[in-house]
Each structure stands twice: as structure tokens, then as C-alpha cells.
Design a protein around this ligand. Structure first.
Ligand code: HEC
Ligand code: HEC
Length: 361
């Protein structure tokens, strides 16, 4: 049966190539057959995109990686970005809520009292936040960060956690004091002085603006394109199993793709009154590499992928229609957006000689 269907799909595809007309793809909305998805989804670009005011160079990316892992950026020199966005947890932290400035340990084992009010999203693919299609690369400006979209750029986002007492600042310094203090700290470390000068080709290059630019450049390295779903969209029609295609069709017919669409499976818009949990207005998260970033939702309230999908049962109010025997098919489809081929490097040491990543051991 399955082989027969694949053969049919392949035939349809060959017919499509043959006369170059999308009409030959099955448009009867059959639940079990592949359709033309090109108006809904698009593959992810395979290389990152850098804004014109912060172009890529290798030294900048390397410097950004060191800063990302160096607790020198925190008030009490004990927390780094990696304390909450760590490669072992899909560049998130595997927790419902994150523990910041007084935390010890990593992931679910981390403990402390300074708890963030929101669940930490992954930093994977943030270079592409806001992208609709892989054709958008020319002049694309990524944007719309945080659950409430309050930061426009990664550069703007990067200084947020540093100034936040719960996340990195702690309580021994004020929001106004921390960035000048960090600049002084970094200036006293020759390796940083040299790297900043090289990365930005200017004297006195250690500024908060350049700290943010370097971190953002490193974040743009962490992408996860080339998933099975990307290859499917690019034309490899045999790469998905029958159940995955059924799940994909249910995802569309159930109303999910109204918000989870484009290259990121997210419109990156806020959904007023439609947020799935607790009637809070939050932006649609990407569903890429979803298996790596449990728990789910802005409040981390859904422990597994099935739980997250089940949140949509009986949601006629947001025009979503799925039933419990759809959950598994949809989950199976969503896993075609997983790939473990993303960067997971960790520096062996950081220039401050503080513990790499902060108090995470
Ligand atoms: C204590 C844990 C913690 C630390 C430390 C931390 N973050 Fe986050 N991060 C979070 C949480 C929680 C959110 C969601 C906050 C929100 O939406 O208001 C977040 C959101 C983000 C986002 C937005 C992602 C998106 O898709 O919108 C980025 C990017 C990010 N952090 C990068 C960083 C960087 C860079 C650093 C270091 C300078 C850092 N974080 C330090 C917990 C942390
Ligand atoms: C009206 C827009 C909209 C529709 C339709 C929609 N979603 Fe969502 N989705 C969101 C928003 C907004 C969130 C974040 C909600 C929250 O954090 O409380 C979300 C979160 C999720 C998450 C958790 C992602 C994460 O990383 O935390 C999954 C999984 C998900 N949606 C799957 C689906 C499925 C499956 C459907 C169809 C049954 C669907 N969505 C329909 C907007 C939508």
C-alpha cells in the first residue's frame, strides 16, 4: 500500500516537472497524499544572513562565542548566556523557567531562587526569525525577539539579559552601572583587547555596542537547515513516510499552518487572545528542532510535544480543529523538522579564566 502511494506521488511529481504546471499536483486535498505546499511552507536558507550594519567576519564570530560563554558579562561573574541557552539542551535549558543570577548547575538540575517569569526559547535559527521563505534572503532583516517581540534585532536583544537582575545582573550593581563596568573588565584582559580590535578594525573597540554585535554574530552561526522536511519541500517527495504526510496534511487542515507557516513554521506575530495557555498575548514560536527544546509554551507548561499539541484540542475559538487521534500523526510530522546537525561547540576556556559558562557544573 505504502509503496503504491509513493509511486503515485512520484508519478505526480514527474508529471509536474514534465509540463511545469502545478495543476498536476493532487489538489483534491486527499488526507494521505502529498500536495503542493509551496504557498504555505518554504525551506530554510542553508547559510546564515547577516545585517549590513553588522557584517560577518570570523574573528567577530569567535569573539562572540567567547563572550557568550564568559560569565564576566554578569554582575557577579557567575552567569553566562550559556547558563540558559546551552547546546546540550538544544540551545535552550530544558526547564519550565530559567534560573539566573544565583543559579548553580545546568538544565533541569540547575537550582537557585532567581527564576525568570517566562520559559527560555532556543537561540537556534534566530538569524532567520521573521523569514517567510528562502527566497527572502536578499535584503532580509530578521527581527521580532522575545515572547512579546519587544526587541527588534539580536544586537538589541543581547544587552537585555545583562541588564536584568534575575538573569545576569544580580543585585550588587545597577542597570546603569553594569555595561560601563563590563567594558572596564574586558579592557583589562589583553586577549579581549586584541580580539575586539581585530574584529571591529578600530581602536578602543570594546564598547557595549560591539559586545552586542559580536554575540549576535555568534548566535547567527547556530542554524539547523537541511532537515528532512526541507529536502521534501525542495523536491525529494519520497523522503517523508506515509504517516508524516498524513500528519502534515492534518497540520494544515487542522488550522495549525495559519500561524505556523513559512520557513520557520511561525508567522512571528503576537496572537491576541489566542495564545494557547493562560490567555496571554505571545508570539508564535518556531517549530523547528522542536524535539530538542521541551518543555513548551511561554510558560513551559507543556512537558512533551504530544502535550503541546493536545493543548489545541477543542479550540474552535481560534479556528483549530484536531482530535486526539491526530496528535501522534502531527507529532510525527513535526519531527521531520528535527536535525541534530547543528553546532554544539563549547570553548575549552574563556579569556577571563572564569568557569566556562558560569556556575553550570
Ligand atoms: C537566566 C536565564 C537566561 C540567561 C542567562 C540568558 N537568557 Fe536569553 N532568554 C531567557 C528567557 C527566559 C528568555 C525569554 C524572555 C522573554 O521573552 O521575555 C530569553 C530570550 C532570549 C532570546 C530571544 C529568542 C527569541 O526567539 O525571541 C535570545 C536571542 C536570547 N535570549 C539570547 C541570550 C543571550 C545572547 C544571552 C547572554 C547575553 C542570554 N540570552 C542570557 C533566559 C536567559
Ligand atoms: C492563532 C495562531 C496559532 C495557531 C492556529 C496554532 N498555533 Fe501553535 N502556537 C501559537 C502561539 C502563539 C504559541 C505560543 C503559545 C504559548 O506560549 O502559550 C504556539 C505554540 C505552539 C507549540 C509549542 C512550541 C514551543 O516551542 O513552545 C506547538 C508544538 C504548537 N504551537 C503546535 C501547533 C499545532 C499542532 C497547531 C494546530 C493544531 C497550532 N500550533 C496552531 C500560535 C498558533
Amino acid at each position: 500500500m505504502r509503496l503504491f502511494k509513493i509511486a503515485l506521488i512520484t508519478l505526480g511529481y514527474i508529471a509536474l516537472i514534465g509540463c511545469g504546471s502545478p495543476e498536476n499536483i493532487d489538489t483534491t486535498e486527499n488526507d494521505e497524499q502529498a500536495r503542493d505546499y509551496s504557498s504555505i511552507f518554504s525551506s530554510l536558507p542553508t547559510t546564515s544572513i547577516y545585517p549590513s550594519n553588522n557584517p560577518y567576519n570570523e574573528t567577530k564570530e569567535y569573539l562572540g562565542e567567547l563572550l557568550y560563554w564568559d560569565p564576566i558579562l554578569s554582575g557577579d561573574q557567575n552567569v553566562s548566556c550559556a547558563s540558559c541557552h546551552h547546546p546540550d539542551f538544544g540551545w535552550a535549558d530544558g526547564r519550565k523557567f530559567s534560573i539566573g543570577s544565583d543559579g548553580i548547575g545546568l538544565g533541569p538540575a540547575r537550582y537557585g531562587f532567581e527564576v525568570t517569569p517566562l520559559h527560555a526559547p532556543t537561540i537556534m535559527n534566530v538569524a532567520f526569525t521573521g523569514i517567510n521563505s528562502s527566497e527572502m534572503i536578499e535584503n532580509f532583516v530578521s527581527g521580532g525577539y522575545f515572547w512579546d517581540l519587544r526587541a527588534d534585532t539580536l544586537e538589541e536583544q543581547a544587552l537585555g539579559p545583562i541588564k536584568n537582575p534575575i538573569e545576569m545582573l544580580g543585585y550588587n550593581m545597577s542597570e546603569q552601572e553594569i555595561l560601563p563596568e563590563i567594558v572596564i573588565r574586558l579592557q583589562s584582559i589583553p586577549e579581549y583587547v586584541e580580539l575586539f580590535e581585530l574584529a571591529f578594525a578600530e581602536k578602543a573597540a570594546i564598547t557595549s555596542v560591539n559586545i552586542a554585535k559580536a554575540i549576535a554574530t555568534f548566535e547567527r552561526k547556530i542554524i539547523s537547515p537541511n532537515t528532512r522536511f526541507d529536502n521534501f519541500l525542495l523536491g525529494d517527495q519520497t523522503i517523508l513516510t506515509q504517516q508524516e504526510i498524513i500528519g502534515l496534511n492534518k497540520f494544515i487542515d487542522g488550522g495549525c499552518a495559519r500561524c505556523h507557516k513559512g520557513s520557520m513554521l511561525s508567522d512571528n506575530l503576537l496572537h491576541e487572545g489566542e495564545a494557547i495557555i493562560a490567555n496571554k498575548v505571545v508570539r508564535t514560536p518556531s517549530l523547528r528542532n522542536i524535539s530538542f527544546t521541551a518543555p513548551y509554551m511561554h510558560d513551559g507548561s507543556r512537558e512533551s510535544l504530544i502535550d503541546a499539541i493536545a493543548a489545541y484540542e477543542d479550540r474552535g475559538d481560534i479556528d483549530v480543529n484536531i482530535e486526539d487521534d491526530d496528535f501522534n500523526d502531527i507529532a510525527t510530522f513535526l519531527k521531520t523538522l528535527d536535525t541534530d546537525k547543528f553546532y554544539t561547540g563549547k570553548p575549552a576556556k574563556v579569556p577571563s579564566n572564569l568557569p566556562v559558562g558560569g556556575n553550570i557544573d
